[in-house]
Design a protein around this ligand. Structure first.
Ligand code: ADP
Ligand code: MG
Length: 353
C-alpha cells in the first residue's frame, strides 16, 4: 500500500497543504522547525488515531483556530481508501473512512499501516516499560483487530476498577470486574506471546545482519502475571489495591527485555547499540505487517537517517525497494547519492516549495 495524497488544513504550522506522494521515496527537507515532522505526524494519525508526539489534540490545531483537518488517500492494489480526520479542541476526534463516520478508533486500524521511526524511539530501549507496551500495542493493533478490541475492553474495565477502588468496598462489583480483567488479560497475553516470538525471530535475523554477525539480539517477554495464576494473583493483591487505590496486577504492567549477546541493552548497551536495536525492531515491524496483512506498510523515517552511521543508512535504503518511504531530513546530499526515484519537497515555514 502507499499514500497517494495528503491534504491538511490548519494543522499545526500548516495553513493548507495538498500533495501527491510518490509510491517510492519521498523526502521532506528543510531547516529545523519548518513543519517536516508535522507533516509526517499527520500521516501517522491516520494510521493509529494518535500522534507519536502528544496526547493533546488541541496542540495539533493551528494556533488561533477551532479545528484542524487531515485527509489521506491510500492506494492498495487497485482500490483506494479515504481517511478523514477532524481534530477538535476536545480529545475526541471525528474520523471517517470513505466518508462513513466511525464510532470507535479501533475501526481505523489497518486502513493504512505505518511504521514510524524517529530519534525519540530510543526511549523504547532506554526508558520505562510503558514505552515498550506502547510499542507492542501499536504494532499489534495494526495487524489484529481482535487484539485492539481486547485491549480497549481491558483498559475500560481497568479504569472502572480503579474508580471503584477509590470508593467504598464493593466486593460484588469487584468480582465482576476481576472476572472480565482475567478474561481479556489472558487473551492479551496469548497474542503478545505469539507476536514476541515472531518479533524475536525476525528482528534477531535483521540485527545479526546489520551488525555483520557480531550481535545476537534476543527479545524476552516479561508478563506481569502468568496465565495460570492470573485470578489468584489479582485476588491476592486486592488488599494492596484498596490501600493504594490502583490495580497493581495485570497486563498493563507487562514489559520486554532486549538482550544483546545475553546482556541487557537497556542497562549496558551503548547509545549506538540501543539505536541499532530500535532499527532492527522497526525493520522487523515492516516485515511482520507485510506477512500478516499481505501489504507492505509505509515506512516513515523522521530525522533518523542522519543519526545512523553509513552502513546502517545503507542497510535501510537497500531494504525499502517495494516500500513507500517518507523521510524528513535537513540535508539531501546523502539521499541524492544513494537512492533513485526520489520525490523531494522543500518545507519552509509550513509551506512546500
Ligand atoms: N499548533 C500549532 N500551531 C502553529 N504552529 C505550530 C503548532 N504546533 C507546532 N507548531 C510549530 O511547528 C514548528 C515545528 O515543526 P516541526 O514539524 O516539528 O519542525 P521540523 O521541520 O524541524 O520537523 C515550530 O515552529 C512550532 O512552533
Ligand atoms: Mg522534525
Amino acid at each position: 500500500m502507499y499514500i497517494k495524497n495528503l491534504n491538511l488544513i490548519n494543522y499545526r504550522n500548516i495553513k493548507e497543504l495538498n500533495i501527491e506522494l510518490s509510491p517510492n521515496v519521498n523526502v521532506f527537507y528543510g531547516d529545523n522547525a519548518q513543519g517536516k515532522t508535522n507533516i509526517l505526524e499527520s500521516m501517522y494519525i491516520c494510521a493509529t488515531g494518535r500522534s507519536p508526539r502528544t496526547h493533546i489534540s488541541k496542540e495539533l490545531i493551528q494556533f488561533g483556530y477551532e479545528s484542524a483537518h487531515i485527509q489521506l488517500i491510500v492506494q492498495k492494489n487497485n482500490f483506494k481508501d479515504k481517511i478523514n480526520i477532524h481534530i477538535k479542541p476536545t480529545n475526541k476526534k471525528g474520523i471517517a473512512i470513505n466518508s462513513i463516520p466511525i464510532k470507535n478508533v479501533n475501526e481505523l486500524f489497518g486502513t493504512v499501516n505505518i511504521v514510524f521511526f524517529s530519534p525519540e524511539d530510543l526511549v523504547l530501549v532506554k526508558e520505562g516499560p510503558s514505552n515498550r507496551r506502547r510499542y507492542i500495542d501499536i504494532e499489534l493493533c495494526q495487524i489484529s483487530k481482535l487484539y485492539a478490541e481486547n485491549l480497549s475492553r481491558y483498559y475500560k474495565i481497568l479504569k472502572e476498577r480503579n474508580m471503584l477502588l477509590k470508593k467504598e468496598l464493593d466486593l460484588f462489583t469487584l468480582d465482576i470486574y476481576d472476572l472480565q480483567l482475567v478474561e481479556y488479560g489472558k487473551k492479551i497475553i496469548k497474542i503478545r506471546e505469539s507476536f514476541i516470538k515472531t518479533l524475536n525471530e525476525i528482528a534477531g535475523k535483521i540485527h545479526l545482519d546489520i551488525t555483520n554477525g557480531k550481535e545476537k539480539l534476543e527479545i524476552q517477554y516479561l508478563p506481569n502475571v502468568d496465565i495460570e495464576n492470573y485470578e489468584k494473583k489479582l485476588v491476592a493483591n486486592r488488599e494492596r489495591d484498596f490501600k493504594y487505590k490502583i490495580t497493581s496486577v495485570g497486563v498493563h504492567k507487562d514489559d520486554l527485555i532486549f538482550n544483546i549477546n545475553n546482556i541487557n541493552a537497556r542497562d549496558f548497551g551503548s547509545q549506538g547499540q540501543q539505536r541499532t536495536v530500535c532499527l532492527s525492531l522497526k525493520m522487523a515491524e515492516v516485515k511482520i505487517i507485510k506477512e500478516k496483512t499481505g501489504y507492505n506498510p509505509i515506512l516513515i523515517l523522521d530525522d533518523v537517517l542522519s543519526e545512523l552511521d553509513r552502513s546502517r543508512q545503507l542497510y535501510i535504503l537497500s531494504s525499502i525497494k517495494d516500500i513507500q518511504t517518507i523521510i524528513s531530513s535537513t540535508g539531501i546530499d546523502d539521499i541524492k547519492e544513494n537512492v533513485k526515484n526520489v520525490k523531494f519537497f522543500n518545507v519552509k515555514n509550513g509551506e512546500l516549495f
